[in-house]
Write a protein that binds this ligand. Structure first.
Ligand SMILES: NC(=O)c1ccc[n+]([C@@H]2O[C@H](COP(=O)([O-])OP(=O)(O)OC[C@H]3O[C@@H](n4cnc5c(N)ncnc54)[C@H](OP(=O)(O)O)[C@@H]3O)[C@@H](O)[C@H]2O)c1
Length: 232
């Protein structure tokens, strides 16, 4: 099993690596031997990891809410990619009837359209490497799980991400490309603390990072198209 979790020689693209679940995931992937290409607006906590793993991290500052900026940024990616972890996320709570159109479309752009852009751009790389895609959704993105008021735009975007995964798995199968969703419950990060200050989180970021490591590694092969709910 340990061998299957080893990512030595692999290059993984990770979005939202600057803090929270993404930063914990970066740490786990680096420990497993991966090289990382990280996308987020700021480098945040990656600075400390760069000191520890100076050759293993490249960070590109990009705002995923800006589709054109993301397209330009994608031209910098290395030729080889063995995996994509789309983890970056945006959540601004509001009742649906009070949600501004721009806020709704920003949720869709950051949480799902950007994932589509990244995957479409990297498709030939994923084919070459028979790569793995992990999409970080949420219990909000899983049907028949009780939903929160004020999370309408977020829920719509995360449901769309789940649908994207299922089609990706179908289209990737003949090329050996796998796609799976990790859908966590509450995690102790900036996102949860600012949205629901009184909520006690069920998970720490590293609990989710270990799940993501499993799904991007050969340890989870050949499973594809799974929606993995992470619940206590
Ligand atoms: N926390 C929870 O309870 C929970 C539960 C279920 C699912 N999730 C999901 O888990 C993922 C990680 O969330 P988290 O809790 O770790 O949140 P977080 O601590 O707020 O981190 C969010 C990450 O996304 C990046 N990001 C946000 N907006 C961006 C933008 N416009 N452009 C580029 N990068 C952007 C941030 O980087 P910069 O600010 O540097 O750009 C940061 O690295 C998200 O997809 C979230 O929906 C979280």
């Amino acid at each position: 099993m340990k061998e299957l979790l080893n990512l030595t020689g692999k290059t993984i693209l990770l979005t939202g690596a600057s803090r929270g679940i993404g930063l914990a995931t970066a740490q786990r992937l680096l420990e497993a031997g991966a090289h990382l290409v990280c996308l987020s607006r700021t480098s945040g906590g990656l600075g400390a990891l760069q000191l520890q793993y100076p050759q293993a991290i490249v960070h590109y500052g990009v705002d995923l809410s800006n589709a054109a900026q993301l397209e330009l940024c994608l031209n910098n990616l290395p030729q080889r990619l063995d995996g994509i972890i789309f983890n970056a996320g945006y959540f601004k709570p509001a009742l649906l009837c009070e949600t501004a159109l721009l806020d709704f479309t920003t949720h869709l752009q950051v949480n799902v359209t950007a994932a589509f852009q990244v995957i479409r751009h990297c498709w030939s790389r994923l084919r070459d490497s028979r790569g793995a895609v992990v999409l970080v959704s949420s219990l909000a993105g899983v049907p028949n799980v009780e939903k929160f008021p004020t999370a309408g735009a977020y829920t719509a975007s995360k449901m769309a991400l789940t649908g994207l995964c299922e089609v990706l798995a179908a289209e990737g199968r003949e090329f050996g490309i796998r796609a799976n969703v990790v859908a966590p419950g509450s995690v102790d990060t900036d996102m949860l603390r600012s949205a629901y200050p009184d909520m006690k989180a069920d998970f720490k970021p590293d609990d989710i990072a270990r799940q993501i490591l499993f799904w991007v590694s050969d340890a989870s092969a050949p499973v594809s198209g799974s929606i993995v709910m992470v619940k206590t």
